[in-house]
Write a new protein. Structure first.
Length: 198
């Protein structure tokens, strides 16, 4: 997913609905996945994503270009998640439930690979919020440490520390096996584009 360019942002600031559609088309899936990884509830993730883009539309004049536009949008999504978390009911749906797609493996090796990916994915989702957030932003969404720190409003050193702790916890959860960056990224297989918003 390419970052939204400056001309789209300027058009968005002028209130052009076509620019809003470009932003939603370009970032919705990433924002939805990020919210889903944090809240682990598909319906709530859709709500968070919708609230995020509504807030983007309403607050676009506050975007000063000090960060990438995507980073700014993820910051809004993160704050929408925090608001949801503060208001949520205790019951959540595991991300593995109600999946739209079913993979049919061709061989035993494929089944074993799926099992391992599911095991890594569960371990990531079982991390406490600060560590899961760091892993999701850096390894699933491809943000830099600086950008991830900006999204969650902590110093860069805090994000680095959370990543170190997250990988230590993942190694422990996975029986001491080394956890590779690619293995964490590949563990994620989410349903396709969610329902259209607004």
């Amino acid at each position: 997913m390419a970052d939204i360019d400056g001309s789209v942002v300027e058009a968005l600031k002028r209130g052009e609905e076509q620019a809003y559609a470009i932003v939603v088309d370009g970032l919705y899936r990433s924002v939805y996945r990020f919210a889903l990884r944090l809240c682990r509830n598909s319906s709530s993730a859709e709500d968070i994503a919708q609230e995020t883009f509504l807030a983007v539309w309403q607050a676009i004049d506050s975007f000063r270009g000090r960060s990438r536009f995507k980073t700014w949008v993820f910051g809004i999504a993160y704050h929408q998640f925090l608001r949801w978390r503060d208001q949520r009911c205790p019951a959540t749906v595991r991300i593995d439930e109600g999946r739209d797609e079913v993979a049919l493996p061709d061989s035993l090796a494929a089944v074993e690979n799926m099992d391992e990916r599911a095991r890594v994915r569960r371990a990531v989702y079982d991390l406490s919020d600060p560590y899961r957030e760091a892993v999701c932003l850096i390894h699933f969404e491809g943000l830099s440490y600086r950008e991830a720190a900006e999204v969650v409003d902590v110093p860069v050193g805090t994000i680095k520390s959370r990543m170190n702790v997250a990988f230590k916890l993942l190694r422990e959860k996975l029986g001491g096996n080394e956890v590779q960056d690619d293995e964490v990224r590949q563990s994620e297989s989410l349903p396709g584009q969610p329902t259209q918003i607004l």
